[in-house]
Design a protein around this ligand. Sequence first.
Ligand code: B4P
Length: 207
Amino acid sequence: MHLQFILFMINLILFGPPGSGKGTQAERLKEHFNLLHISTGDLLRAEIANGTQLGLEAKKFMDAGNLVPDAVVIGMLGGAVEEAKTKGKQGIIFDGFPRTTAQAEALDNMLMEKGTSVSCVLSLVVDEEELTQRILKRGLTSGRSDDNDVETIRKRVQEYRTKTEPVAGYYNNQDLLIEIAGVGTIEHIFNALMQAVNNVASNHSDN
Ligand code: B4P
């Protein structure tokens, strides 16, 4: 029982199309549940800002609205569980990862090797028109080259539909997928997410 308590981590995945609010909500959830926040988008943008070889390679894909190859993204996450433990975190919130089934399988294996697993997948549901408007609005101030052009945004949404949406099925088969309406105030959506995580955590502690 004691061992189970020590190993128990809350590992959340924030899932959804580009602009659905994953980054926005991850900032709040990480504070509330004391989680290590891993945003593969932020990690890639940091590589670009530092002018590394990995960043130069990733930029070509990101600017075109394409996903960065799996091997590159998976390679960035190796030390996540150790980092969470060293920093005294309750678990990890993955924001924008996994985006392909290969990434989801790699994550499952990585967590299993460390004696933990995905607690739940929170999927933010937002329609395409709203996504485009949000990203274009952010593009006015973000300086992100993938936020300014409608065609690139369409390409990102298309990549999501073909490569990322199937990941929802992967987690649904494991009974881990929870859909949350992603339109409304940021606070309202945060409350719905928080409640979903609390339900999962209390079911876990009952077992
Ligand atoms: P990401 O950085 O993950 O970004 P995102 O999908 O654009 O945004 P997110 O959903 O986090 O939206 P946000 O909260 O910011 O990816 C960028 C690129 O990196 C990808 O296209 C890909 O090339 C690459 N990449 C990243 N991870 C990868 C992986 N695992 N594999 C391969 N490639 C990868 O919200 C958007 C806007 O909406 C904000 O301005 C926000 O203020 C606003 N907003 C949020 N909630 C709102 C609400 N409720 N109402 C109104 N506005 C809201």
